[in-house]
Each structure stands twice: as structure tokens, then as C-alpha cells.
Design a protein around this ligand. Structure first.
Ligand code: FRU
Length: 478
């Protein structure tokens, strides 16, 4: 795993050895390696001239950071984009087959402000060395005004051609091509709530778990307006006809926590695995830097599945790809508790995967609050309010919070099922909690910055109804 540990360094989440990290880019599984490129400023711990940093892994859990893959050139700095395998050398630049990156060039223009175009680069050595295409840029906006927000291309193979979707402010533009170089517009998707800036679209088919019916998932990141404030990610379920997308459901929030943005997916051939930048543009540049030298990390990778249930409609579920290497496991159970009764569940490891189950004796929604207290006194609360159909996560007393006034705010995660049992998987790492409830249909990613995280933490519960029983099982990670 990432080994440069120090203060505020996650233990099983990907983050760079130094510099700044934002969006995951170019996610591809190629010759047994998962590639994770990312928006990277190697020279500072704040956003700046963007490069593509690069990690590889053979299991999505242990990552190795490689040299920078793409750096700014005369067309601009390197914004988000994707990588495809051009097996048949349709592009003409990868004889025998190779990797092709399609990404955004970003440039400041004295008269027009920011201007964005799309570029192409290729690699013939498993993604180590990249050569920008001599004919860049390959796609330009129709006019200078349209080039202000014109970015984050995602390319995929459709039938016998290439399809591309990119974000253009309040709409998406679709293109198609036979050779990855010459693109012609094929359609538009207008976001139903005008006025917001869309970023980092991803589009792929996914099979509904029960019926086996295929649907297309469109993931879009929105720069503002997320439920926990600031930036966040939505998805639509719908159909894609090779030229444009038509939704049948959505938008729905992909993650109810404040800290999941600009995510996209790997296609493994059989599965779709999502990873997001675990941060929020509202305060990203102010969060404590890991070991004082790097800022920003990714979420854990998450396997996606699709459900179409009578009560909830189309729902995308996320199941974390959980790190192995747990050193010890434990399990505690207590109950039945009386209303208002506080009880300790003992200690649980800071770097751990915990499974919590709360049950009330009689029919009716759960009411309970859970508190994890670190050795340094920092405390994180999760309030389960089955009656209101929500979870409330409170990080306001959980270590460093003063670096930005918008870091503390209400984090509410809706619960669709109002049963007398609540179950969740919680992934604690040094600087984060990722919570998966209702079989991955309700997810929240939450950054936290407790001062010290090398010891166990105390877990307490206060019961909100009579006869509450609780059990927690855990696996220590690293
Ligand atoms: C999303 C984003 C993208 C852009 C990149 C720049 O976080 O704003 O739209 O390509 O970051 O770093």
C-alpha cells in the first residue's frame, strides 16, 4: 500500500507522495494492470498547472506511483480525460495496438479568459511513456465563448466506432469517430437544472441485478449544489443509441457525503468499478496536507451494481473493494438497551472496516446514536433516525475543522428502508470515513482530521428506543 506515512496520511487510500491531487483520470485495466492517472500539481500542495500523475495496481488495493504521464505543452495544461486501448490501431499512432489518452488542454487567453480544447496522446509501452499527437488539438468548441467550459472527454467503443462525451457548461456534447482523431458531433444532453457547471461525465452500460436487463448509466459531477454543500456527483439511468443519451430516471446523488467528486469507472470486462476524488471544491485547498507535503486522496474503489426495485426505482449500489491484510478481527454485541441508555461497545481499531447492525425489538424505525472517540478526544457521531428515514453524520468535533468555515455542516444520508434493522459497513482510515448502508444504495464519503489515529477508538451507543441491540464486527486494516 502507499507507504509514505506521516501525519494525516491515509493508510489504504491512494494519495501522491507530494504535491496536489484532484480528479481520477484515464482509468483503464490493461495487461493485468489497473491504471489510475490523476489531476496533479507536482510542485505545490494547491491546484496549479495540471499534469497527469500516475498510479498502477494489480488488485485495486496496493498502488505504486509512477512518473508523471502527461505534462503541460504549448496547447495548455492537462485537464481531465480518459484512456482507451486502440487494439486495431484505428488512430494510426499505435502500430500493433496501444493506449490512447484523450484529455482536455486548458489555456488562459488574454482576451477570452480560459479556453479549452481536446488533445490526444499515445503510449506503446503499457502507459509509461506518452507522446502527444502532432495534430493536437483534435476537438475545438464552435466558438470562444463555448470553449470556456469544454472539457473532460470520456471515450468508449460503441458497435464499430468510438463515442465521446464531454462537459460543456450546462450541457454535454456527444461525438463519434472512426479513428479517435477526427470527431463529428452526434448529440447534446441538457442538464435538467440549468445554470450549473457539469464536469467529468462517464457513460457505460450496466446489467440490472435481478432482471438481467441492460441500462446505461450516466455519471456527472456538478460543481455546486450538492446535498452536503459544494460539489457532488449525480447519476442518471437511461438509454444510449450511439449518438445521444435519454434518461429514464434520475438525477440521483451518487454519494450523500460532502467528499466524493469527479469520479469515473474502470471497465474490467465483467464489472464496473468506480473511484472518486475524496474531496470538495469548497475547501479542497485548505484541508490539512498529508505529512505537510501532499494534498488530496481518492475514495476506495467501489463495485457498481444496478437495481430496479418497485419501491425505489432504479438505484445504483456501491460495494467497496475492501483491502486485504487485516491483522485482527473482532466482534462485540450488546443489548437490549432501554431508551436513552448509553453503553460502550469497547474499542475498535482506527484503520478498520466495521460492520454495524442495530435492531430494535418491536416493529418500527431505529433511533440510535453512535460515537467514535479517538485517543486525542476527537469524536465522530452518526445518528440513525429511521423515523425520519435518515442518517446524520456530525464531524464538527472530530479534530481539525477550522481551516475552512464550510467544512462543518449538516451531512444527512436518506434511508429508504424503514425497518427495525439497520446495517452498514464503515471504512475508517486516517482521514476519512466511508459509510455504505442499505446494501450500498445509501453511501456517504466524509473527510475527518483527528490529530492522532494510531490507537484504537472507543465506540459508544445511546439507544433511542426500548430493546435496542447492537453488534459491531471489525477487521483491522494494516
Ligand atoms: C473537476 C475539474 C475538471 C477539470 C479538472 C481540472 O474537478 O474541474 O472539470 O478537468 O478538475 O483540474
Amino acid at each position: 500500500m502507499v507507504s509514505h506515512l506521516g501525519r494525516y496520511c491515509p493508510s489504504y487510500h491512494v494519495f501522491p507522495a507530494k504535491g496536489w491531487m484532484n480528479d481520477p483520470n484515464g482509468l483503464i485495466l490493461y495487461k493485468g494492470e489497473y491504471h489510475l492517472f490523476f489531476q496533479h500539481n507536482p510542485d505545490d500542495t494547491v491546484w496549479g498547472p495540471m499534469n497527469w500523475g500516475h498510479f498502477v495496481s494489480d488488485d485495486l488495493m496496493h498502488w505504486e506511483e509512477l512518473d508523471i504521464a502527461l505534462c503541460p505543452d504549448r496547447h495548455g495544461t492537462i485537464f481531465s480525460g480518459c484512456v482507451v486501448y486502440d487494439s486495431g490501431n484505428t488512430s494510426g499512432v499505435v502500430p500493433g495496438g496501444g493506449l490512447v489518452a484523450v484529455y482536455t488542454y486548458h489555456k488562459e487567453d488574454a482576451d477570452f479568459g480560459q479556453q479549452q480544447t481536446q488533445g490526444l496522446a499515445f503510449s506503446l509501452d503499457r502507459g509509461r511513456v506518452w507522446t502527444p499527437f502532432a495534430g493536437n488539438p483534435i476537438i475545438k468548441a464552435e466558438d470562444k465563448a463555448g470553449a470556456r467550459d469544454f472539457r473532460d472527454p470520456r471515450v468508449f467503443r460503441y458497435m464499430d466506432y468510438w463515442a465521446l462525451v464531454l462537459a460543456a457548461g450546462d450541457h454535454l456534447c456527444f461525438y463519434r469517430s472512426d479513428n479517435l482523431v477526427d470527431w463529428r458531433p452526434s448529440g447534446i444532453f441538457d442538464f435538467p437544472f440549468p445554470g450549473c457547471v457539469m464536469e467529468c461525465p462517464d457513460l457505460f452500460p450496466l446489467r440490472e441485478s435481478e432482471s438481467g436487463e441492460d441500462a446505461w448509466i450516466l455519471i456527472i459531477s456538478l460543481s455546486t449544489g450538492a446535498p452536503a454543500g459544494g460539489s457532488g456527483t449525480v447519476y442518471f439511468v437511461g438509454a444510449f443509441n450511439g449518438s445521444a443519451f435519454s434518461p429514464i430516471s434520475g438525477p440521483r446523488w451518487l454519494d450523500w457525503g460532502p467528499d466524493n467528486y469527479a469520479g469515473s469507472t474502470w471497465d474490467t470486462g465483467t464489472e464496473r468499478i468506480f473511484i472518486g476524488w475524496m474531496n470538495n471544491w469548497r475547501y479542497a485547498r485548505d484541508i490539512p496536507a498529508a505529512a505537510g507535503r501532499s494534498r488530496g486522496s481518492m475514495s476506495v474503489p467501489r463495485k457498481l451494481s444496478l437495481l430496479n426495485s418497485r419501491g425505489s426505482g432504479w438505484v445504483l449500489c456501491q460495494s467497496p473493494v475492501i483491502p486485504e491484510g487485516g491483522q485482527s478481527e473482532g466482534m462485540r454485541a450488546i443489548g437490549p438497551l432501554a431508551v436513552g441508555q448509553a453503553r460502550s461497545l469497547g474499542t475498535v481499531p482506527c484503520h478498520s472496516i466495521q460492520k454495524i447492525r442495530i435492531e430494535r425489538k418491536d416493529e418500527g424505525p431505529i433511533e440510535a446514536s453512535l460515537r467514535w472517540t479517538y485517543e486525542c478526544g476527537a469524536a465522530l457521531w452518526v445518528l440513525v433516525r429511521g423515523s425520519g428515514g435518515e442518517l446524520i453524520i456530525d464531524r464538527s468535533d472530530c479534530g481539525a475543522v477550522d481551516f475552512n468555515s464550510s467544512f462543518v455542516g449538516r451531512i444527512s444520508v436518506p434511508l429508504a428502508r424503514r425497518t427495525n434493522v439497520f446495517e452498514a459497513t464503515l471504512l475508517f482510515d486516517t482521514t476519512s470515513l466511508e459509510l455504505f448502508a442499505e446494501d450500498g444504495a445509501s453511501v456517504a464519503s466524509v473527510l475527518i482530521f483527528p490529530e492522532r489515529t494510531d490507537a484504537d477508538m472507543a465506540l459508544d451507543i445511546v439507544a433511542g428506543d426500548d430493546g435496542t441491540t447492537v453488534s459491531v464486527s471489525w477487521r483491522r486494516v494494516f
